[in-house]
Design a protein around this ligand. Structure first.
Ligand code: ATP
Ligand code: MG
Length: 425
């Protein structure tokens, strides 16, 4: 049976040549920066046991309740395509006993696809690529500032200027408990006016009512008790220290006490980076992160503190677009060989091989085109040089090398081609 009309799944995209170079550029930049900050790459599986996300991301979150791609494998195990990166990194940290490593804290980064069953729209995909980092094993406020600064540095290096860093503290568990009680008292009398999700959240995790997208304009949202009023001394001084480091590093930020992140595992520092570029659209969050002391223990490891962030490349690209920042995309060909006649054609194959081994990008015609059409092809590839070999030239042991930028043309002995091109650069 012939299948017709098969289309790409909803909420996914093909990244084609011409655009993929932007992705590669961003990936390269991210990896470079991680190198400078001494974060090492970790690659975990695309799928994990479903339970990992239920336990870490949290049973009551949108991700676990509505967005996971969960399936049973042939052995009857419940598996889930990873909706985010932190859970798996922390699982791997515990499983590989990285807390025993000599170098501490353990600083890791990942770069890869995540999967969420969401309603597709601009900036919201079902498969999207996240770059994220995790620093596990230190609860010094300076590492919080470092993590935030790494994200800011990536955006800065890529040329984004219209950014807004928003931070908050969710406090430690005793601060959160006091705040939770206050939230329940605040919302309970009027909870009937809120959406079904919020009604459930009141019991399970009232903090997340503040993160509700449907009820964000309700009067009670504005008057809700602020976590900052419930921080105990330790949490407060921790937060002050993080802010001081950011200020010292000249990283601008605003404190937003209503910032709560969608995942259950955060405490102390929480932050988001938004784009303030005009025309960016409704979804402006580029990056989200925070501290997750307690998570390592939740997935079966020792009590080790951690902090990290995740950002998606899709939204980063939209922000670059909105600010009109161009990333380099097409790589020009160094040398295009125009071979005329069978003998010259044959000669071009080992020559191509040699040029490529010498570090040049080199190309030739594979379509049996005439000379003029081959020139066109070379121009289309933005070739620096074309190298013309015909029967005559071969007999004389020469090639004609033409610089397509200057139009300059020279006869070069075949054995000098490589050194000539190297000189020309
Ligand atoms: P949102 O509130 O936009 O749904 P989130 O809280 O679910 O975001 P996180 O889980 O914190 O997002 O993920 C970190 C970052 O990953 C986000 O700031 C955003 O840049 C990006 N991201 C999240 N979901 C998607 C998606 N479906 N498509 C593209 N990027 C996404
Ligand atoms: Mg989401």
């Amino acid at each position: 049976m012939r299948l017709s009309n098969i289309q790409i799944p909803r909420g996914t995209q093909d990244i084609l040549p011409g655009v993929v170079e932007k992705w590669q550029f961003i990936e390269k930049k991210a990896k470079e920066i991680c190198g400078k900050f001494q974060y090492k790459e970790i690659r975990t599986p695309i799928f994990e046991q479903t339970e990992l996300f239920q336990r870490s991301v949290g049973d009551t979150t949108d991700i676990v309740q509505k967005e996971m791609y969960t399936f049973e494998d042939r052995g009857g195990r419940s598996l889930t395509l990873r909706p985010e990166g932190t859970a798996a990194v922390v699982r791997s940290y515990a499983e590989n006993k990285m807390y025993g490593q000599a170098v501490q804290p353990v600083k890791l980064y990942y770069f890869g696809p995540m999967f969420r069953y969401e309603r597709p729209q601009a900036g919201r995909y079902r498969q999207f690529v996240q770059f994220g980092i995790e620093a596990i094993g230190s609860d010094d406020p300076s590492i919080d500032a470092e993590v935030i600064s790494l994200a800011m540095e990536l955006y800065r290096e890529l040329g984004l200027k219209k950014l807004r860093l928003v931070i908050n503290s969710l406090g430690d568990s005793s601060s959160r408990k006091a705040h939770r009680d206050a939230l329940i008292a605040h919302f309970k009398p009027s909870i009937g006016e809120f959406c079904g999700d919020c009604q459930q959240r009141l019991e399970t995790n009232p903090l997340r009512i503040l993160d509700c997208k449907k009820d964000r304009d309700h009067e009670l949202m504005k008057t809700a008790p602020s976590i900052l009023d419930y921080l105990n001394d330790e949490s407060r001084s921790y937060f002050e220290k993080v802010k001081k480091h950011l200020t010292d590093m000249q990283i601008d930020f605003v404190v937003d006490p209503t910032l709560v992140r969608g995942l259950d595992y955060y405490n102390h520092t929480a932050f988001e980076i938004m784009s303030e570029a005009e025309g960016f659209g409704a979804i402006t969050t580029l990056c989200g992160g925070g501290r997750y002391n307690g998570l390592v223990q939740d997935v079966g490891g020792p009590d080790q503190p951690g902090i990290g962030f995740a950002l998606s490349i899709e939204r980063l690209l939209s922000a670059l677009d909105a600010e009109g920042v161009e990333l380099p995309h097409e790589e020009a060909v160094d040398c295009y060989i125009i071979a005329l006649g069978d003998e010259a054609m044959d000669y071009s194959m080992p020559l191509l091989q040699q040029l490529r081994r010498e570090g040049f990008s080199a190309e030739k015609d594979y379509m049996g085109r005439k000379m003029k059409a081959q020139f066109k092809a070379a121009e289309r590839l933005h070739a620096q040089h074309v190298l013309i070999i015909g029967e005559d030239e071969l007999e004389k042991g020469l090639a004609v090398i033409k610089d397509l930028q200057t139009g300059e043309q020279k006869d070069v002995p075949l054995e000098n081609i490589v050194s000539f091109l190297k000189r020309e650069g």
